[in-house]
Design a protein around this ligand. Structure first.
Ligand code: MF3
Ligand code: CO
Length: 250
């Protein structure tokens, strides 16, 4: 059953969203190329979320053992913290969820570290725009398929692959709730009708090459099958009378 949130509940989620956005920003600011590892960022995120009185949404979720998912270069999503320094020229997806007073918010930003290739920068720009193309469709009376097809159209028009195996999701008292699938590919006019008070995460994962991905033996980390780059942007959105309301901003 979809839980349609009241205005007061949306404001609770906005508080969580501010914590998430601030934590992502501060993790980005903390990156020193050649030195900072994703484990250091994961610890920083855990500290910042705790200081804000919240708990990391990902920790212990289906057995996940870290606060964050940080995915570098050809890692598509669910990168687990490790001891490899982030380098100049890398692209780094910082994906964080936080739960304050029982309400979750979830967001991801892929950053360019130092000077990246023109190809990498283009992938980041287009993937961010895919997210905003999807968000623009998140209005009352539209359907999930309108979001999905807008993201897919923009990515494919630009020659990129849209990851199929992972999708966006409803969010609220649970990190993942109904509607459980908010895909980044599909047909306009299909799927669940969007109604006032729905809260969803839209999260395009866009690959430079093939959309195919592989899972590493840790059971979490997912990489592109062809070793090319991948980017990921995500916001938590409320469907409101005034249009899409982005909750994961500071
Ligand atoms: N943003 C991702 C998602 O919503 C991250 C989840 S990681 C997990 O699915 F560890 F919590 F699964
Ligand atoms: Co998510």
């Amino acid at each position: 059953m979809i839980h349609y949130k009241s205005k007061a509940e949306i404001e609770m989620m906005r508080k969580s969203g501010k914590i998430v956005a601030g934590t992502i920003r501060r993790c980005h600011e903390a990156i020193v190329p050649g030195k900072t590892t994703t484990r250091i960022l994961d610890e920083l995120a855990g500290r910042l979320i705790a200081e804000a009185g919240a708990v990391p949404s990902f920790l212990n979720y289906r057995g996940y053992t870290a606060n964050t998912c940080i995915s570098v270069n050809d890692v598509v999503i669910h990168g687990m913290p490790n001891d490899v320094p982030i380098e100049d020229g890398d692209i780094v997806d910082i994906d964080i969820g936080a739960c304050l007073d029982g309400w979750h918010a979830d967001s991801a930003v892929t950053y360019a570290v130092g000077t990246v290739s023109a190809n990498a920068q283009r992938l980041l720009n287009i993937t961010r725009e895919c997210l905003y193309q999807g968000i623009a469709q998140a209005k009352i009376g539209n359907r999930i398929g309108d979001i999905a097809s807008a993201v897919q159209r923009y990515a494919e028009k630009n020659g990129y692959g849209v990851v199929r195996d992972l999708v966006g999701h409803g969010i609220g008292r649970k990190l993942h709730e109904e509607p459980v699938n908010v895909p980044n590919f599909g047909k306009a006019g299909k799927g669940e009708v969007l109604k006032e008070g729905m809260t969803i995460c839209i999260e395009p994962m866009i690959n430079e090459g093939t959309f195919k991905i592989v899972t590493l033996p840790d059971g979490w980390t997912m990489k592109t099958a062809d070793g090319k780059l991948s980017a990921h942007f995500e916001h938590t959105i409320a469907i409101t009378k005034d249009g899409p309301d982005i909750l994961t901003v500071e």
